[in-house]
Ligand binder design. Structure first.
Ligand SMILES: Cc1ncc(COP(=O)(O)O)c(C=O)c1O
Length: 377
């Protein structure tokens, strides 16, 4: 069976974990946490980066930082992972969904203004497949209406928009290092704070609502409860694992891009025959090959292709079921305008296996299987 994803290990993970073990500081915010945070801040130009247990946790921190109150609204796509919306609902605030663009499957920036009400506090964008949203337009809308922008950059490691790294454009951003992502620590994530005026508060929220980080730096002589927070920081063992990955983050991205390009070229003729549609990468976006997907003409064809590929031992999978149609979505969220692109695209999307160091022979097997299956349609 060709698996959908194979977590990649660089070979240095255990060495760095062993080093953290011998240093003897196993809780968070030690040598490896600080190395990872500095690397990620340099790469994105964020003022502050804080490692978290997951992107989910980083999104929850962003909701606390944004000071969301009961009934406040956050505009976001419905075509996303549950955590984007759940982080808002945990503050008793309301996700307001707008439709996605047919080309990138990212939030349609032309529909955001129509969703703004006096209760709107933030726009949460999701860079689907590591391809950036139209950030200049979104940041301009946010400035005009005095809104915060949160980037859900779960899939955005090392991608750029007009040369600017994802995670360093909105006021806050969240990234994932879950084992399905480009660089990993099992479970893991990070919060990025671009706007320096929020950096101290972010650190307090991270450290259970206390100013412990300032105390450790000698900036205050005792630490106390300052704000709502939680235990968001991972242990040094997780950070040591992540450091082994960040060190070769560029190489991992390049390897994935190579496989992505092979797929993309292999399916050009099928697209020219209008049998499927390949991903579209706008000229201003450099993506990171987080995902290779194809859009089939109908939901029925997508499901048949997926089932046929499984028979040929290829594990191709679909992606998000739109949140507005989920049981919790119907309970906690609101929709602004039509969701026709979201409904249609999500029902026709198929993701192909892709991982770092994917052998050429495996890529060829997938490509051949897709061609064989598509010959029926
Ligand atoms: C867009 C998006 N946001 C958030 C998450 C949650 O990431 P994590 O598993 O690190 O909490 C995911 C996970 O795949 C995601 O795709």
């Amino acid at each position: 069976m060709v698996v959908f994803n194979k977590p990649y290990m660089t070979g240095k993970e255990l060495e760095y974990i062993s080093d953290a073990h011998s240093i003897g500081k196993l809780s968070g915010n030690g040598k490896y946490t600080q190395r990872c945070q500095r690397w990620l801040a340099d790469q994105t130009t964020a003022d502050k980066v804080l490692l978290t247990h997951s992107c989910t946790a980083a999104l929850e921190m962003a909701s606390i930082l944004a000071d969301l109150q009961v009934g406040d609204e956050v505009i976001m796509p419905s075509y996303t992972f549950v955590s984007t919306a759940n982080a808002v609902v945990l503050r008793n605030a309301i996700p307001v969904f707008v439709d996605i663009r047919p080309d990138t499957l990212n939030i349609d920036e032309t529909r955001i203004e129509a969703a703004i009400t006096p209760r709107t506090r933030a726009i949460c964008v999701v860079h689907y497949a590591g391809v950036s949203c139209e950030m200049d337009t979104i940041m301009a809308i946010a400035t005009q209406y005095n809104l915060l922008v949160i980037e859900d950059a779960a899939q955005g490691f090392m991608s750029t928009y007009k040369g600017r790294a994802l995670g360093g454009i909105g006021h806050f951003a969240a990234m994932s290092f879950h084992e399905t992502k480009n660089v990993i620590s099992g479970e893991g994530g990070a919060l990025f704070v671009k706007d320096a005026s929020y950096s101290n508060l972010a650190e307090i929220i991270w450290e259970k609502g206390t100013d412990r980080s300032q105390f450790i730096r000698g900036e205050v002589d005792k630490y106390t409860w300052q704000h709502v927070g939680s235990s968001f920081l991972p242990s040094e063992l997780i950070a040591a694992f992540l450091w082994a990955q960040l060190e070769v983050g560029e190489q991992i991205t390049n390897n994935r891009l190579e496989s992505w390009d092979v797929y993309h070229n292999a399916f050009a003729a099928l697209e020219a025959d209008e049998r499927l549609r390949r991903p579209i990468i706008p000229a201003e976006c450099q993506h990171n090959a987080h995902m290779y997907y194809m859009l089939l003409p109908t939901n029925e064809i997508r499901d048949h292709v997926m089932a046929n590929l499984k028979q040929l031992e290829i594990n191709a999978i679909f992606h998000y079921i739109p949140l507005h149609s989920s049981p919790a979505g119907r309970r906690y969220t609101r929709v602004s305008g039509s969701m026709s692109n979201t409904d249609s695209l999500s029902s026709r999307l198929l993701r192909l296996p892709l991982w770092n160091t994917m052998p050429e022979s495996t890529r060829s097997k997938v490509i051949e299987a897709v061609h064989n299956v598509m010959a029926q349609y």
